[in-house]
Design a protein around this ligand. Structure first.
Ligand SMILES: Cc1cc2nc3c(=O)[nH]c(=O)nc-3n(C[C@H](O)[C@H](O)[C@H](O)COP(=O)(O)O)c2cc1C
Length: 331
C-alpha cells in the first residue's frame, strides 16, 4: 500500500483515532506505507498531516501499529520533511520553511484558515544546520520504532526536502551539498545512513524516489545520472528496498539495473500489469495507491478479479470518516 497523505490528523500533527481503523482495514497488504509524516516541527507544511516528534503523536501512532499488528499486518512510517513546500497557516512553528536554497517553490497549497495560498519563501539551511536536520530524521526513526512501526521509509520523492537537494533548480548551493551529482545526493545518503543507524538494522528502512516527477516545482533535466548515483550509494547501505514511483521516463527500468536490492515500483498499476511486472522480474513488488484508498479489501478483490470501488478525489484530504473509513468491502 502506497504512502498517502489523508489529512485527518489534528492541528498538532496527532493522528486521528480513525487512522487505526483505516490502516487496520488494509492490514493484509504485504506492507503498508503510511502517509507522509513530519520528522520534526520544522518539517511540517500541510494542514492536518501527522508528525512523529511529540509524545501525543507517538501515543496515537501506537494505536495504529497495534491495530495493524493485531490483524497480522506490517507497517512502515513514511518520514516526510516538506522543506520549502508549506505555508505558515499550516504550521505550529513560527520559523520559516527551510530548504537547500532560498528559492520559493512555485505553486499553491490548501490552508484551512486562508484557502489556497502560495508556498512560503524558504530560507537556506546553514551548512552547520544540516547535521541537525539529519539528526531529526534519526530521532523520528527512534520514535517510530517506539510507536511500534516495523520500519520507516525516507520520502525522497515528490519535491520534498531530499528531492529539493537532488534537483538543481531547488539546490543552488556551492558547498558540499550542491553542484555535482555527488554533492546533490549527499543529503539523501546521509539521511538514509542516519535513519538506518537509528533503526539498528537496514532491513527496517526503505527510500522512495520519483525521478522525472515535476510535482512541487521540481525541474530536473536529465535526472537519471543523479538517481543512478543515489541508487548505487543506497544499495551499499543494504536498505529493505528502493521504492520508485513511475513517471513515464522509464526510471524504474534504469534503477532495476542500478540498484542491486529489492525494488518496489508504483504509479498507475492495475492488477494484470502488476502481475506481469513481477513475473517478468521488473519489480519485486508493486505498490498500489489510489485503488487502496477506495478498496480496503483490495487484496481480496485482486485475487478474485472483483470490480474495484472508484476513489472519490473530493474526500482525499477532507477531515472525518467520509471517504476514509466508509468505502464498502465485498460481502
Ligand atoms: C491521496 C494521495 C495522497 C498521497 N500522498 C503521498 C504521500 O504522503 N507520500 C508519498 O510518497 N506519495 C503520496 N502519494 C503518491 C502515492 O504514494 C503513489 O505514488 C501514487 O498515488 C501513484 O500510485 P497509484 O497510481 O497506484 O495511485 C499520494 C497519492 C494519493 C492518491
Amino acid at each position: 500500500m502506497a504512502p498517502m497523505t489523508r489529512s485527518r490528523a489534528d492541528a498538532e500533527g496527532v493522528p486521528s483515532p480513525l487512522a487505526a481503523e483505516y490502516y487496520a482495514a488494509r492490514a493484509d497488504a504485504g506492507l503498508i506505507l503510511t502517509e507522509g509524516t513530519g520528522p520534526s516541527e520544522a518539517g511540517m507544511g500541510y494542514p492536518r498531516t501527522p508528525g512523529i516528534y511529540s509524545a501525543p503523536q507517538i501515543a496515537a501512532w501506537r494505536q495504529v501499529t497495534d491495530a495493524v499488528h493485531a490483524r497480522g499486518g506490517r507497517i512502515f512510517l513514511q518520514l516526510m520533511h516538506v522543506g520549502r513546500i508549506g505555508h505558515a497557516a499550516n504550521r505550529t512553528s513560527r520559523d520559516p520553511l527551510v530548504a537547500p536554497s532560498a528559492i520559493r517553490a512555485a505553486g499553491q497549497m490548501w490552508t484551512d484558515s486562508q484557502g489556497m495560498q502560495p508556498n512560503d519563501p524558504p530560507r537556506a539551511l546553514e551548512l552547520a544546520e544540516i547535521p541537525l536536520v539529519i539528526a531529526d530524521y534519526a530521532s523520528a526513526t527512534r520514535n517510530a520504532l517506539a510507536a511500534g512501526f516495523d520500519g520507516v521509509e525516507l520520502h525522497a520523492a515528490s519535491g520534498y526536502l531530499p528531492n529539493q537537494f537532488l534537483s538543481p533548480n531547488s539546490n543552488q548551493r556551492t558547498d558540499a551539498y550542491g553542484g555535482s551529482i555527488e554533492n546533490r545526493i549527499r543529503f539523501a545518503v546521509e539521511a538514509l545512513t542516519a535513519i538506518i543507524a537509528a533503526a539498528g538494522s537496514p532491513g527496517k528502512v526503505g527510500m522512495k524516489v520519483s525521478p522525472g516527477m515535476p510535482f512541487n516545482d521540481i525541474v530536473h533535466e536529465d535526472p537519471m545520472p543523479t538517481y543512478v548515483a543515489l541508487a548505487k550509494a543506497a544499495a551499499a547501505l543494504h536498505p529493505a528496498y528502493l521504492h520508485v514511483m513511475r513517471t513515464g521516463i522509464g526510471a524504474e527500468t534504469v534503477l532495476r539495473e542500478a540498484f542491486s536490492g529489492t525494488l518496489l515500483v508504483g504509479g498507475g498499476f492495475k492488477r494484470d500489469e502488476a502481475n506481469q511486472a513481477v513475473a517478468e522480474g521488473r519489480a519485486d513488488a508493486i505498490v498500489f495507491g489510489s485503488s487502496y484508498v477506495a478498496n480496503p479489501d483490495l487484496l481480496k478483490r485482486l485475487e478474485k478479479g472483483a470490480p474495484l470501488n472508484e476513489p472519490d478525489t473530493s474526500t482525499f484530504f477532507t477531515p472525518g470518516p467520509k471517504g476514509y473509513t466508509d468505502y464498502p468491502v465485498l460481502a
